[in-house]
Design a protein around this ligand. Sequence first.
Ligand SMILES: Cc1cc2nc3c(=O)[nH]c(=O)nc-3n(C[C@H](O)[C@H](O)[C@H](O)COP(=O)(O)OP(=O)(O)OC[C@H]3O[C@@H](n4cnc5c(N)ncnc54)[C@H](O)[C@@H]3O)c2cc1C
Length: 478
Amino acid sequence: MPACNGSTFLKRIRKLQAEVWIDGQRINGNICDHAAFKGLLKSKAKLFDLQMDLKNSGFMTYPSPLTGDLVGTSYLSPRSREDLEKRRLTTQEWAKTSGSMMGRSPDYINTALMALGTAWDAFQDKNNRGKNLKNLYEHARENDLTFSHTFVSPQVNRSIGYYEDEDEPLSAQVIKEKKDGLVIKGARLLATQGGITDELLVLPVGGKFIKDSFVYAFSIPSNTPNLKFICRESFAYRDSQFDHPLGSRFEEMDTIVVFDNVLVPWERIFLYNNYTVAISMYKESNFYPFLLHQTAARQVVKIEFLLGAAQLLVDTINIGEYQHVQEKVSELIIGLETMKALLLSSEVEAKEDKRGTMIPSANPLYAAIITFSRLYPRFTEIIQLLGASGLISIPTEQDFNSTLKDDLNHYLQGAFCNGEEKTKIFRLAWDISTSAFGGRQTLYERFFFGDPVRLSTGLYNSYSKDLAVNLAKSLLDK
Ligand SMILES: Cc1cc2nc3c(=O)[nH]c(=O)nc-3n(C[C@H](O)[C@H](O)[C@H](O)COP(=O)(O)OP(=O)(O)OC[C@H]3O[C@@H](n4cnc5c(N)ncnc54)[C@H](O)[C@@H]3O)c2cc1C
């Protein structure tokens, strides 16, 4: 089955029956109907329907190089700037359905698989691990699979000198080699959407003190025996779209992943005990530029959404004449235009690599992700500063369906609308900026791509500063 629609996707997830725990209980039955997941899964299903919509078929799908059947563009290995544009448009078309509140729409990890799978030869060894990766990429693309992923070890002790040396494994590690595969025991953080995607992609954790038993990468079905996903508290705590316009539809859930002696078949492993590959794999596959290109495309839509929400607040209580309000909204406009410029510049400066893959330029994309991790918390703050107490005077749908309706419509009216219309807008702004769902979004945009401090260090170390230094030097003695 190539590119699929929403109902095929939901059928697969329903059948999966992965071991997912929430509030101390293992989920039995249809996870697609569970209060914590049903909103998100319905929203994800709509993404698949959108890609199958004929009016989008020009850019959201392309003919598979294996079969000629249409497959999803997020799997497209770009050969030209036009391909990069197609990838960007696909991401943005999906992002618009949620105002980019679904950070893990399937295109995120599909992009990772595309990058790794295109460079499969770099993983090839006498055990055919590169071929395993190629098979994984093709299998995912041809079946339109969805993935969650993990590459962070438990946050136990992050000091520079810490070296895990416990009898009982903490970070997931290889504890046994068997005839049919590797046995993994221990935990990994933090798989967003863990247990509700077809597969879990497990990538090596970074760090200087990496042990042999940590040098592995594989993908396994989410329902692999002894693989547990432990959920945090759900932020989809009300069904009502009026009450929780975002949380009720786009709450993605984050999970701790526990490998309780999980057997990973050899054919699923594309890296094991090979430091050379572990160190070079991200650079060799252009993993980061591709993931950042998807990320920046999504984040552009997110700022646009926040800008729209901020302007709705301004209009609703008619505060647009104040200069500081104009300045605050302008901050969003400047952020949007900056992110758009960085994204497009990554495409203009794209270059072909030795495999003929068109690689977006990394520097503008690093600048974008680091900038965005600072902008986003400021933008949610601006929404709070503009909305003020209106963000908390937000009665529920039930209130508006009760005898209170007339009072609420009258006393909560806005400059040009009744109380119910105003509450709808302010509930949206509250769910962006102030609810538990909104708080998690802010944390997500700060950290999901890694610690922004260390990302800046990476940029400092990789950025060629010679031209700038020479320019400064040239002016020293004039
Ligand atoms: C909502 C959310 C969803 C996420 N989803 C996923 C997912 O699906 N898959 C996944 O793999 N990961 C996911 N992550 C995890 C993300 O990759 C990490 O948050 C990120 O890499 C930072 O690691 P950490 O959280 O362990 O923070 P830590 O590394 O523990 O950092 C904590 C603090 O210590 C400082 N610090 C620690 N070590 C150093 C150092 N060496 N140098 C300088 N400062 C240091 C940091 O700057 C920070 O202030 C998610 C995170 C969030 C918040």
